[in-house]
Design a protein around this ligand. Structure first.
Ligand code: FES
Length: 183
C-alpha cells in the first residue's frame, strides 16, 4: 500500500493509503502536517495537529461533539468547517503517531475564510505576514504543509489546507484572498 506522503499528486478517492494517524487506544485520527503551535498571528499557543479531511469519515464529522461557535450554537456539519478545528494532545490524551491504512474519502476541501459569522479575525495578519514569501518546494512557508497542483483552480491558485493562505503554484507567490470576500 502506498504512503500518502510519497505519492505524486493527490490520493484517489476510494483507495487505501498509509496515512499518519494520532492513536489513542482504539481511536485513530488522520492528521496532516507536523505538530505545531500558532502563537503568532493566530494566537493559539497549544501544540496541535490538523485533521486530514481527505481521510476523515463522514461519520466522524457528523458525530463531532461541540459547536464551532458556542454563542451561535452553530453545529459543525461540513468538511470545510471541520478544517478550522484542530486536535491538541491535551484533549486527545496519551498518544502515538503512526502510519495506518485509511481510505481516502474526498478531495481536499478549500479552507474557508469565513466562519459563518464573519471573516476569520486572524486571517488578515497572517496574509500580511506572508505577502512577500514564496512557496518552498511546493510547501507552504507558514508551517510547511504540502500543496498539490491538482487542487489548484483555473488560475493555478491553490489554497493551503493548514490555515488558508493561497499560492500561485507556478510562480510560488502568495495570492491575497481577502479581496474575494470584500474585506
Ligand atoms: S501552513 Fe498555515 S497557511 Fe499554510
Amino acid at each position: 500500500m502506498k504512503r500518502v506522503s510519497e505519492i505524486e499528486g493527490e490520493p484517489q478517492v476510494g483507495k487505501f493509503y498509509m496515512v499518519p494517524c494520532l492513536i489513542n487506544g482504539g481511536t485513530r485520527i488522520p492528521v496532516l502536517g507536523p505538530e505545531h503551535e500558532d502563537k503568532e498571528y493566530i494566537g493559539f499557543e497549544r501544540p496541535h495537529y490538523h485533521f486530514d479531511l481527505r481521510f476523515l469519515p463522514d461519520k466522524k464529522i457528523a458525530n463531532r461533539v461541540g459547536y464551532l461557535y458556542e454563542r451561535e450554537r452553530k453545529p459543525i456539519c461540513s468538511p470545510e468547517e471541520f478544517m478550522m478545528l484542530v486536535v491538541t494532545i491535551e484533549v486527545f490524551g496519551a498518544h502515538e503517531i503512526a502510519e495506518c491504512p485509511v481510505k481516502c474519502r474526498r478531495r481536499m476541501p478549500v479552507f474557508p475564510l469565513e466562519n459563518g459569522v464573519s471573516v476569520l479575525h486572524w486571517f488578515s495578519a497572517l496574509e500580511a505576514a506572508f505577502a512577500d514569501k514564496k512557496l518552498n518546494c511546493a510547501r507552504c512557508p507558514h508551517r510547511g504543509f504540502p500543496l498539490s497542483a491538482e487542487n489548484a483552480d483555473e488560475n493555478g491558485v491553490v489554497v493551503c489546507p493548514g490555515h488558508g493562505l493561497a499560492w500561485n503554484i507556478q510562480t510560488g507567490e502568495m495570492v491575497g484572498r481577502l479581496k474575494s470576500v470584500g474585506a
